[in-house]
Design a protein around this ligand. Structure first.
Ligand code: ADP
Length: 155
């Protein structure tokens, strides 16, 4: 089981798509194990996106991510990090395939609705940035035998 960090960005909240986006992850079989609404402090946004610090879009990206509240969610499931990235689609909405979240709901380069961790290392780092100890829950989902077919060793 992997845990990934997603952020429904300000445009996702403002466009009232937060529920629909979360529903897609739930329908896939991923479990919500942490959630908080927040206005991202400037320093946290800068740290979160520090890999992009030298890129021309960085100042606008930080401004966008701190401009309005976001919904930060921890999602858990088998291969969750890869599965979620595939569900997001390409970075630019105009290039994302239909059927992906960005492909279905976004057309902008920057305003692309959702962030998701892109590797296990990024997920660990980002979960640590956005959630304090104890804020991500360990609990049993009671549909697990149906979601994962626990009757065989092939799950
Ligand atoms: P992803 O979110 O798909 O992992 P990146 O890590 O490359 O993409 O970029 C982080 C975010 O920065 C993107 O989701 C998008 O909001 C923004 N961004 C990336 N490239 C551009 C660009 N060329 N112009 C405007 N915004 C961009």
């Amino acid at each position: 089981m992997e845990t990934s960090l997603i952020i429904i960005k300000p445009d996702g909240v403002q466009r009232r798509l937060a529920g629909r986006i979360l529903t897609r992850f739930e329908e896939k079989g991923l479990a919500i194990v942490g959630a908080k609404m927040m206005r991202i402090p400037l320093e946290l946004a800068e740290t979160h996106y520090e890999a992009h610090r030298e890129r021309p879009f960085y100042p606008g990206l930080v401004q966008y991510m701190t401009s309005q509240p976001v919904l930060v969610v921890a999602l858990r499931g088998k291969s969750a990090i890869t599965v979620i990235r595939k569900m997001l689609g390409a970075t630019f909405g105009s290039q994302a395939d239909p059927g992906t979240i960005r492909g279905d709901f976004a057309i902008s380069d920057g305003y692309n609705l959702v962030h998701a961790s892109d590797s296990p290392e990024a997920a660990e780092r980002e979960l640590g940035l956005f959630f304090a100890d104890g804020e991500v829950q360990d609990y049993e989902m009671h549909d697990t035998p149906w979601v994962y077919d626990t009757s065989s060793d092939l799950r």
